[in-house]
Design a protein around this ligand. Structure first.
Ligand code: ADP
Ligand code: MG
Length: 729
């Protein structure tokens, strides 16, 4: 009897790369063909409606009913020409992934039959039956209704036969039920706060945009093997599996040539991404076997995040065409690297200046340092909130776990910028600076090289690193919606910039010159947030000790880390900027606890099932074979000869028995622990019970299964092994 595993391996042997051709010779010829972007709006809309929508996109003006109707007609015509029969409000609920409910473009016609129809009110707003989306209790207290509303700043697009309209998702009572609504508010807030600070340096700055370039890491696994692993299918990660004799030790996968079947998948993916106007640029092999990365050119945060969500969706779909499945989980395989999603982030002005790039003169460099210092101050003051924005059940296998970065939030600045901050700290005194001191300081500041992109001076172990012209928030998980991290980061920076302006203005009001006021405040901040600056190896055990000495927090528990959303300081940030009110914050944390509980619950149930109905029966079968063998030996050999020959086999029988007993008893205990946790009502306590009392069994039980994998006959083993999952493609 061949196991499912061997059938899967047979299928794998017949796999051939699927030829994929580029859509056109030049990417620019088909880039954005499925997006209702400005050129298409111009073509399909009347002058008035085109102006109306451009105004709404650029200046946030509202769109009236008449214009909405006209835009809807143009959008529908364009979408139908591009194969659409349906439309959907596409939104980001607080689950993983996006949501869509398709409606056909039809309505009864007066003559009988149907006509293609799409009125403006359906473009602008809809009421999906949203009662099954997580709301953290918001919808229970009032009405169970929520509605989606058009986000004009992100263009509509066609996927397959559906016109997708990016929308926000909110309760009738006004609270946000999604990631996008608060993200849009935050981006507004950081724009305003940053413009106000830029005004000290350049009166022409009227708009500041936050940018995001995400680097998406992922694994590919052959589809046949994937299906033979119920744990991968149901939880996205392997809950068992002994490490492969060879995995990433030789470091021969990183940047190696891309296997052809994978290359074809990538080309296919890029083709589709380009049609949707997603500027994907970089692809390469990552550190772990079968691990890869895709990164676009950075874009404005809201658009970039929509594009990331779309890309994850595209990856899932396109991988199947190539006989692969994509694993976006942060830790699909134990013992080798997990996947993250570095969020490269910066602020840029309408005058074309990247506020995190050093400038050409002392003035622009002072502006640069102002933004750097305010950012690290914001990170220092809100380290726990930033951590809370990236923790999850799946990301906890990376952060604070054995093989990965710690759960300490620190910043890396590199030698040049660090030296500059040290100088400011040294040179600026409490007293008025002498003209000589001022000249000195300005000269030094003017000396920061315009381009700091020095690859040798990069630190890959810092969760929040300055990389020459941007910050890279590296702690974000591969499966996450970047909005969560972007909401937290942009909020704390916005709040900090507002504080900075207050502090500087106060000194100016007390007759301190503007320049000097800025330096005095910067100096104070530099001193205050020094503990968060760390340029050393963030993965070393010494750092955890040093960080503790510096008073930095190191919270490994997910439920405890989530508490930071409700700290007084966090509430102040969110409420002062109008991002979340008290109720929304509490609801969001509630949703996170629920997600955490359910993820561990599912893993525990899947592992229990597999242990009892896949692994134990296999082990017993093999054990029975051994027993038969020992019995046979006994029949044909003398007692002395038998004792000499059968000793090792008898030990093996005992060893297998021992593992089987452990698996059975521990699985039973895990079920009991779950029962106890399940009756806890308070979700934070319940999440803690799952973390402390249920989760440890996952490792415990796995240990015995992995030991069995080493001794049980390979022919009998039912689940594809790590060496097969990781090295066949
Ligand atoms: P690395 O792996 O060396 O960190 P990648 O080239 O893989 O770099 O990805 C870097 C990402 O950072 C890309 O998405 C890139 O567009 C983005 N990026 C570059 N400059 C900026 C910037 N000023 N602001 C935001 N993102 C940026
Ligand atoms: Mg990279």
């Amino acid at each position: 009897m061949a196991t499912f595993r061997f059938k899967a391996l047979e299928i794998l042997m017949t796999r051939k790369p699927i030829e994929v051709k580029r859509e056109e010779n030049l990417t620019s010829d088909y880039y954005g063909m499925l997006v209702f972007d400005r050129p298409k709006m111009k073509k399909y809309l009347s002058k008035d409606s085109f102006k109306g929508i451009c105004d709404a996109i650029d200046n946030g003006t509202t769109i009236d009913r008449k214009i909405a109707d006209q835009v809807a007609i143009g959008m529908k015509t364009w979408a139908i020409e591009n194969g659409a029969t349906h439309y959907t409000h596409w939104f980001h609920p607080l689950t993983d992934g996006t949501a869509e409910k398709h409606d056909a473009f039809i309505d009864h016609s007066e003559m009988g039959g149907v006509i293609e129809s799409f009125p403006g009110k359906l473009l602008a707003q809809q009421e999906p039956d949203a009662s099954s989306f997580p709301s953290g209790g918001i919808r229970n207290t009032f009405e169970a209704r929520g509605y989606t509303a058009w986000d004009v700043s992100s263009p509509a697009f066609v996927v397959g036969t559906t016109l997708c309209i990016p929308t926000i998702f909110i309760a009738y009572t006004g609270e946000a039920l999604d990631y996008k609504a608060p993200l849009l508010k935050v981006l507004n807030a950081v724009d305003k706060a940053a413009v106000d600070v830029c005004q000290y340096f350049d009166k022409n700055v009227t708009q500041v945009t936050a940018n995001l370039g995400w680097e998406q890491e992922y694994f590919l696994v052959d589809e046949a093997l994937f299906i033979a692993r119920p744990d991968l299918v149901l939880t996205g990660r392997t809950l068992m599996g002994h490490s492969s004799a060879k995995d990433q030790q030789l470091e021969d996968h990183y940047f190696a040539s891309i296997p052809e079947r994978v290359a074809m998948f990538m080309i296919d993916l890029e083709n589709e991404a380009y049609k949707l106007g997603i500027p994907v640029k970089t692809r390469h092999n990552e550190v772990a076997p079968n691990q890869f990365e895709l990164a676009p050119i950075f874009e404005e945060v809201n658009l970039a995040n929509d594009h990331n969500q779309l890309v994850m969706d595209l990856m899932n779909k396109i991988a199947r065409h190539h006989g692969f499945r994509v694993l976006l989980h942060e830790k699909p395989f134990s013992g080798i690297n997990g996947s993250g999603k570095h969020n490269n982030w910066s602020l840029s002005t309408n005058t074309g200046v990247n506020l995190y790039s050093p400038g050409k003169n002392p003035k622009s460099n002072t502006q640069f340092l102002t933004f750097i210092v305010n950012t690290i101050k914001a990170v220092y003051d809100n380290q726990d909130l930033l951590r809370a924005s990236i923790v999850s059940a799946s990301n906890s296998h990376r952060l604070g776990a054995n093989e990965a970065p710690p759960a300490i939030i620190s910043t890396f600045l590199g030698t040049e910028v660090s030296a500059m901050l040290d100088q400011i700290e040294e040179m600026v005194g409490e007293k008025k600076m002498t003209p000589d001191e001022k000249t000195d300081l300005k000269l030094n500041i003017g000396r920061i090289p315009e381009i700091l992109l020095d690859n040798t001076d990069r630190n890959r172990t810092s969760p929040f690193a300055f990389t020459g012209n941007r910050f890279e928030f590296r702690a974000v998980g591969s499966s996450a919606n970047c909005a969560s991290a972007m909401i937290a980061l942009n909020s704390v920076v916005a709040a900090q910039l507002i504080q900075f302006k207050k502090d500087v203005d106060k000194l100016i009001d007390a007759n301190v010159k503007k320049d000097e006021a800025i330096f005095q405040v910067l100096k104070r901040y530099i001193t205050e947030c020094k503990p968060v600056r760390f340029d050393g190896n963030g993965y070393s055990p010494e750092w955890a000790i040093e960080a503790e000495r510096r008073g930095l927090t190191n919270i490994k528990s997910v439920p405890v880390a989530l508490d930071a959303y409700l700290y007084k300081s966090s509430r102040k940030v969110f409420e002062s900027l109008g991002i979340f009110n008290e109720k929304e914050l509490e609801a969001r944390v509630e949703v996170e606890y629920e997600k955490y509980i359910k993820k561990i619950q599912i893993e525990a149930r899947v592992l229990g099932d597999l242990a009892i109905n896949h692994i134990v029966p296999t082990a017993i079968t093999y054990q029975t074979m051994l027993i038969e063998n020992v019995k046979g030996l006994k029949m044909i050999f003398s007692d002395d000869e038998f004792n000499e020959l059968a000793g090792a086999r008898k030990d093996l029988i005992k060893e297998i028995s021992n593992h089987i007993s452990n698996i059975k008893s521990k699985t039973k205990e895990m079920i009991e622990a779950r029962k106890v946790a399940n009756v806890i009502e308070h979700s934070r306590e319940k999440a803690l019970a799952y973390e402390q009392n249920v989760k440890p069994y996952l490792e415990d039980i796995r240990y015995h299964i992995d030991k069995l994998e080493l001794v049980v006959d390979n022919e009998l083993w039912p689940l594809p092994k790590y060496r097969e999952l990781l090295f066949t493609r």
